[in-house]
Design a protein around this ligand. Structure first.
Ligand SMILES: [Zn+2]
Length: 233
């Protein structure tokens, strides 16, 4: 009787030990995998200046990075948490994306800068995605728009087609969301960070809701998933 009881206890002990070993192996394997995955993400994004191709749905994207000596390009690397949407507030004739790209590249005695400018037919990329830029009006706020956001300026020149500019911006935003695994909550307006009424036209004409709906629709059409489109995560 006594022997048999010991055997039962021993069996139970062996079972528990095996269970523990399996649990430990499982945990170690997963932690290792998780770390590798994290390293791949950091490797991929921390060091990549751009992920956009030369064309998105027929819209040309011209990359012309500011010289590293420009005050507008602090050249500080970071990971990307947000896309920050702005408007140029420049309604003058001819002040589309090209003019703003030229403004950024030729006028370097100001610190203000942003990553992309979009108009009704073209997109310019002037600061690498993986670098900070001064566009959100929130200084060095740790979780802020300057330190973590890709700044996109939408042109509002009177001779441009504003609705087409919105469409082109949506295509760029959706592309960046997918590449950087951002969700709809990570797409912010400048106003969200500093309170400035920017993007001015989008806000004052009550088009922000429509704009977000356009982003969600385009994302779903392009990638056939709503994984990154859930509100209030
Ligand atoms: Zn702004």
């Amino acid at each position: 009787m006594k022997n048999s009881r010991i055997t039962k206890i021993q069996k139970l002990m062996i079972f528990i030990i095996i269970l523990l070993i399996i649990t430990i192996v499982f945990l170690v394997y997963n932690i290792k995998n998780f770390k590798q995955e994290e390293e791949i993400i950091i490797e991929r994004y921390y060091y990549s200046e751009t992920v956009v191709p030369s064309y998105i749905d027929g819209i040309t994207i011209t990359t012309h990075f500011l010289n590293k000596s420009s005050d507008r390009r602090p050249s500080e690397h970071r990971l990307i948490k947000y896309i920050v949407v702005h408007e140029t507030d420049n309604r003058n004739i001819g002040t589309g994306a090209l003019k703003h790209s030229q403004y950024l590249t030729s006028n370097s005695d100001n610190i203000n800068g942003w990553h992309y400018t979009v108009d009704d037919h073209i997109i310019y990329h002037n600061i690498p995605d993986n670098e900070i830029a001064w566009h959100a009006g929130d200084g060095r706020s740790e979780d802020g728009g300057n330190m973590n956001g890709i700044g996109i300026e939408m042109a509002v020149n009177v001779d441009g087609d504003y609705d087409k500019t919105l469409e082109n911006s949506v295509k760029l935003i959706v592309y960046l969301m997918h590449e950087y695994e951002l969700d709809i909550n990570d797409v912010k307006l400048h106003k969200d960070f500093s309170g400035k009424i920017c993007p001015h036209k989008l806000i004052t004409e009550n088009k922000a809701g429509i704009f977000y709906d356009m982003i969600k629709k385009e994302y779903f059409l392009k990638y056939q998933t709503d994984k990154f489109l859930k509100e209030g995560k």
